[in-house]
Design a binder for this molecule. Structure first.
Ligand SMILES: NC(=O)c1ccc[n+]([C@@H]2O[C@H](COP(=O)([O-])OP(=O)(O)OC[C@H]3O[C@@H](n4cnc5c(N)ncnc54)[C@H](OP(=O)(O)O)[C@@H]3O)[C@@H](O)[C@H]2O)c1
Length: 327
């Protein structure tokens, strides 16, 4: 099969289109013909081995990549199943959030990670969902414990996570303020934001308004500045931030967690990849998608051979919505 293989850390040029053996599913695994995948910051952090501090943690390898085939979003069709698999059969359409393997024609996935693909989405639209929507869901609903009627601010409202977060917060009955740049203001409004702050002309941390929950995808303001706009019992959810070589965006999350014992607000982290209930959350998201409450926003589509170009574009950090790849 064709796959983009990463043998050493570096730029998107390190992703080598290769012919490798098709994976063989274990007893509890499903072999999926990948039809679409998506590019996420997770991919290029692994590709570059940055921030360096992350090489000291489980996940990235210290000297070289721990993952050889990137691509954590996947939508496709079941090709074969292991002998213990009960829920899926060849021909079923599925999607999943993986740790690796989406930048390939086939991937073997544990049954307990797969969910049926939303019936009203194409493969490309479905592949846009897992990482970004699950992160938004975990941040708002699980760790954020969002309640109807609460006021939410989404910093970085126009990217992959943000476009889902605005829609999910609205669907959960919150009043939503989105922060993005001028060219994306109308997009964020169209997704249901009650108010949009253009960060090029206004600093949301100086608005004087107060929020019950701040979902921080952008990490553009310090944690202490963000706390200023939270109610005394409000919740700060660290999702991501500005990419750096040594520390960021991990440093932004560390600083939120470090002050947690000292402040009245809740300081929590959304972790989609480490989440142990991916299938349950994806199944909930499927319901929201099939009844029309949320829909993926796709910025660009690339053919499989152009994955390095897709990664380069996503890495620039200003894609409005998701960057998908047809496999
Ligand atoms: N914790 C987890 O499990 C998890 C999962 C997924 C992603 N993440 C992290 O979350 C972050 C967002 O991911 P993503 O997939 O949404 O990335 P993305 O699609 O590249 O979106 C980033 C967004 O940030 C916005 N932005 C840039 N500078 C900003 C600023 N100064 N103020 C406000 N917004 C700004 C951009 O909007 P404009 O174009 O309008 O500037 C862009 O839409 C990344 O750091 C990623 O690593 C974490």
């Amino acid at each position: 099969m064709k796959a983009f293989v990463l043998r050493s850390y570096g730029s998107p040029d390190k992703l080598e289109l290769s012919d490798i053996d098709q994976p063989v599913p274990a007893d509890d695994e499903v072999l999926v013909r990948v039809r679409a995948t998506c590019v996420n910051p997770y991919d290029w952090h692994h590709m570059r081995g940055e921030p360096y501090v992350a090489r000291l943690l489980p996940g990235l390898g210290l000297r070289g990549p721990s993952l050889s085939i990137l691509g954590c979003d996947m939508a496709g069709r079941v090709e074969a199943v292991g002998r213990d698999v009960t829920e899926f059969r060849p021909g079923d359409d599925v999607y999943a959030l993986l740790r690796e393997g989406g930048f390939a024609e086939y991937v073997s996935v544990r049954e307990d990670l797969l969910a049926p693909k939303p019936k009203n989405l194409s493969y490309e639209q479905a592949a846009a969902v897992p990482m970004a929507a699950l992160t938004a869901w975990v941040g708002l609903s699980e760790v954020g414990r969002l309640q109807p009627g609460q006021r939410v601010l989404v910093n970085g409202a126009s990217g992959g996570v943000g476009t889902f977060a605005v829609q999910i917060a609205r669907a959960l009955g919150a009043t939503v303020t989105g922060v993005c740049s001028t060219r994306n203001v109308e997009l964020v409004r169209s997704l249901g934001a009650d108010e949009v702050i253009d960060y090029t002309t206004e600093d949301f941390t100086r608005s004087g308004r107060r929020y019950d929950l701040l979902l921080d995808n952008a990490g553009s303001r310090s944690v202490s500045a963000c706390r200023r706009v939270l109610t005394p019992k409000g919740t700060f959810v660290a999702v991501g931030g500005q990419a750096g070589r040594w520390l960021q965006p991990a440093g932004h999350a560390f600083s939120a967690l470090a002050v947690a014992p000292l402040v009245s607000q809740r300081m929590v982290l959304a972790d989609a990849v480490g989440c142990t209930e991916k299938k349950r959350h994806l199944t909930t998201l499927t319901e929201f998608i099939e009844d029309g409450r949320i829909t993926p926003v796709i910025d660009r589509r690339y053919p499989f051979e152009e994955i390095p170009a897709a990664v380069r574009y996503q890495e620039a950090g200003h894609a409005p919505g998701k960057v998908v790849v047809t496999v």
